[in-house]
Design a binder for this molecule. Sequence first.
Ligand SMILES: *[C@@H]1O[C@H](CO)[C@@H](O)[C@H](O)[C@H]1NC(C)=O
Ligand SMILES: *[C@@H]1O[C@H](CO)[C@@H](O)[C@H](O)[C@H]1NC(C)=O
Ligand SMILES: *[C@@H]1O[C@H](CO)[C@@H](O)[C@H](O)[C@H]1NC(C)=O
Ligand SMILES: *[C@@H]1O[C@H](CO)[C@@H](O)[C@H](O)[C@H]1NC(C)=O
Ligand SMILES: *[C@@H]1O[C@H](CO)[C@@H](O)[C@H](O)[C@H]1NC(C)=O
Ligand SMILES: *[C@@H]1O[C@H](CO)[C@@H](O)[C@H](O)[C@H]1NC(C)=O
Ligand SMILES: *[C@@H]1O[C@H](CO)[C@@H](O)[C@H](O)[C@H]1NC(C)=O
Ligand SMILES: *[C@@H]1O[C@H](CO)[C@@H](O)[C@H](O)[C@H]1NC(C)=O
Ligand SMILES: *[C@@H]1O[C@H](CO)[C@@H](O)[C@H](O)[C@H]1NC(C)=O
Length: 774
Amino acid sequence: MAARSWLLLLCLAAVATTGVLQARAQPDSIGFISIDCGLPGTASYVDDTTKLTYSPDAAFIDGAGSNHNISAEYITPKLGKRYLNVRSFPDGGARSCYTLRSLEAGLKYLVRATFMYGNYDGLRRPPVFDLYVGVNFWTMVNVTAADSPLIPEAIILVPGDSLQVCLVNTGAGTPFISGLDLRPLKSTLYPQANETQGLVLLGRMNFGPTDITDIVRYPDDPHDRFWLPWVDATSWDSISTTKNVQNIDSDLFEAPSKVMQTAITPRNGSGNIEFYWDPEPQPKDPTPGYIGIMHFSELQLLPSNAVRQFYINLNGKLWYPKAFTPEYLYTDATYNSNPYRGVARYNISINATANSTLPPIINAVEVFSVISTANVGTDSQDGTANNSVKPQNLTPMSHVPTGDAYPQSSLQLENRRFTYKELEMITNNFQRVLGQGGFGKVYDGFLEDGTQVAVKLRSESSNQGVKEFLAEAQTLTRIHHKNLVSMVGYCKDGEYMALVYEYMSEGTLQEHVLGNGRNGRYLSWAQRLRIALESAQGLEYLHRGCNPPLIHRDVKGANILLNSKLEAKIADFGLTKAFNRENGTQVSTNSLVGTHGYVDPEYYATGKPTTKSDVYSFGVVVLQVVTGRPAVLRDPEPTSIIQWSRQRLARGNIEGVVDPRMRGDHDVNGVWKAADIALKCTAQSSAQRPTMTDVVAQLQECLELEEARARAGGGAANGGFYNTGGSSGSDPYSGYNGYTADGQSTDVSQSSTAFEMEHNLGRAPTMPTGPAAR
Ligand SMILES: *[C@@H]1O[C@H](CO)[C@@H](O)[C@H](O)[C@H]1NC(C)=O
Ligand SMILES: *[C@@H]1O[C@H](CO)[C@@H](O)[C@H](O)[C@H]1NC(C)=O
Ligand SMILES: *[C@@H]1O[C@H](CO)[C@@H](O)[C@H](O)[C@H]1NC(C)=O
Ligand SMILES: *[C@@H]1O[C@H](CO)[C@@H](O)[C@H](O)[C@H]1NC(C)=O
Ligand SMILES: *[C@@H]1O[C@H](CO)[C@@H](O)[C@H](O)[C@H]1NC(C)=O
Ligand SMILES: *[C@@H]1O[C@H](CO)[C@@H](O)[C@H](O)[C@H]1NC(C)=O
Ligand SMILES: *[C@@H]1O[C@H](CO)[C@@H](O)[C@H](O)[C@H]1NC(C)=O
Ligand SMILES: *[C@@H]1O[C@H](CO)[C@@H](O)[C@H](O)[C@H]1NC(C)=O
Ligand SMILES: *[C@@H]1O[C@H](CO)[C@@H](O)[C@H](O)[C@H]1NC(C)=O
């Protein structure tokens, strides 16, 4: 559920439209029909991302129904043009149809309808109605959320030259529709679709894409199927190739290369790949039959003594009758021809054979249910059609010609859903409180297998609401990085909401650097630098590794957690926002969020956070790491740590800034450098701040300096330097000098550079090399 909505956001964001043309009711050159239902007028438009042409729907219906705009509250800058309006059929009778003509008789077609309610009728009551292909029941359309489209898809063999798609009022609200697509497929594709049987999509997933937010569709897939990314870093490793993966001769599914270029293997090399789907009973089909299609290609050129061979099992029994070995850079697929009908979950497990030297892989999967299409034609050309349900809005014919959204998927992510009762057990009735945030209290807990976890339970009085809870759950189910706290599962049980995380035994960075240290221990300079570096890597991943980039919006010492090995992980994604990179502009949000002392002044002024807002907050964190002081100093009067540090550093007073609890046991050049990074990060103008990528590189150099000092017998005051020597570009200061100085910290960087020069030259390394590299 959570993953679905998030994907939706990404997908909707991909639709930007430009240009208007008058290519009315003409089929496009590749035989696609793309309709924007409820679009007034006669002008088509071209979608900027896919270059597909969208037409208004008037020519496909008989003037029935009425156009409506969705409610303004659901219009976001990212929402695709297609979703801004709908056509509804309040008095069109029981059945309202679109007729798609000039099709090629005997060809298969992918038909896709989209429904986004958006409270277009102001009733706040999303309807339930049925969808038919011709006179054959396709699926029930149960719109449960106003802001997320349903996108049913079917693959149908069309016996005649036209096809009808009909909305049937079942007395549970007025049918409406946002869009309708038709894509031709060769008649040899999807052999399970035949004259009497159609396929209805349950899920179509692309395993292990490099960009986890990238939905593959046209033009990467010439058939414009939507392949949704599926990544689960806790269970699977991704593998990929840049080489083209080819379809075999007379390929039955023609999975596109872009999808096949990525795959997953079990993270545990001796484990299995496991996933499942649940049947979705329909009122008109209580036990739907299911077809599974699994796509495989070997992506690694294996040495002659290596073997990748595996079994594919469904509910513990062999699904594919023999051991399977994928071909190098060719697509291959396993599938069932006759549908399975069961009432329980379908568990897929892919395990290596005893002879295999390599773990199993899988590149993509499609799951369909089957429907009868015995009467798919329209009455105009198929005498067998059920004339008692003759379409009411039969029209004179027209043809026509994206980036909108993606189909609903029922394939489940691995995150566990807990009941409130289970949480009570796990936490021993919420006995031990680990901490408290805006969301509520965080409790200590143990899973059945003894794994320690932290349970963040939303309190009734929480000022962080359902929205933040969902935002965090959605973000964490999709993104995985060693420096972002990982989610074990969640609970949404009636009024109770909780998130269950990995346990971070050393608490927050805040506790360690402020006050009296944690458990009376202080972090050394090397430990502080490592924590800063790891936190920076987590943020860099949000900014660079995610598309669109994510902005954390509440970076601070209290949101950096430490595990027993003092490894740092960014936590608290309740305020995280996607950043619209396509458009190059910021997300606009109506509420300014963040924590006093950490908020970017530019964000404060404009209300628009950017990735540089996180950089600013992170700069404050680095200053705290250096100084051991709070973000806002109270004595003698409230002063920001930035101003406080800047003043001292400008006078060259590093010792007046550095945390005395480190007892001088640090490389002073490294401290200067770190302080300088922090000041660059907190430049007034966001343009002058470095990116998190720059920050990671600079902190890495600081850490190397400190480690070099330790190796050279450092620890003593004025510990010697040593140069890594040999390796190219090893001058630890070159990157530093390469920083563009911003107005505010120019003085500081000049003085620190001078300082380094003096000391560096004065203390040439006495040993050409240090201890061997780790
Ligand atoms: C729908 O929105 C468009 C664009 O804002 C506007 O031009 C049009 O008049 C609206 N239509 C209705 C029926 O409100
Ligand atoms: C529609 O979906 C909701 C939520 O899943 C469910 O409670 C309701 O029963 C469904 N309606 C029908 C008619 O199946
Ligand atoms: C890896 O998988 C094997 C086989 O399922 C299992 O016995 C082993 O405990 C797993 N190892 C880890 C670290 O999960
Ligand atoms: C599927 O696997 C789950 C556990 O992962 C198990 O509880 C369930 O019984 C299995 N279902 C079937 C039909 O084998
Ligand atoms: C793989 O699964 C099959 C069940 O289909 C089982 O018979 C076989 O022992 C398993 N192989 C290994 C190596 O676990
Ligand atoms: C279509 O496929 C189904 C399932 O394999 C089969 O039962 C049916 O006979 C086929 N219909 C035709 C016309 O071949
Ligand atoms: C495994 O290797 C043995 C010996 O080469 C062979 O007899 C057997 O058929 C192989 N098993 C599979 C599933 O290929
Ligand atoms: C025609 O459709 C109606 C409504 O779905 C159904 O009740 C009737 O049985 C159908 N008749 C035939 C001959 O299929
Ligand atoms: C980009 O965003 C700006 C500001 O929100 C908006 O005015 C503009 O129309 C957007 N451009 C596109 C192509 O979406």
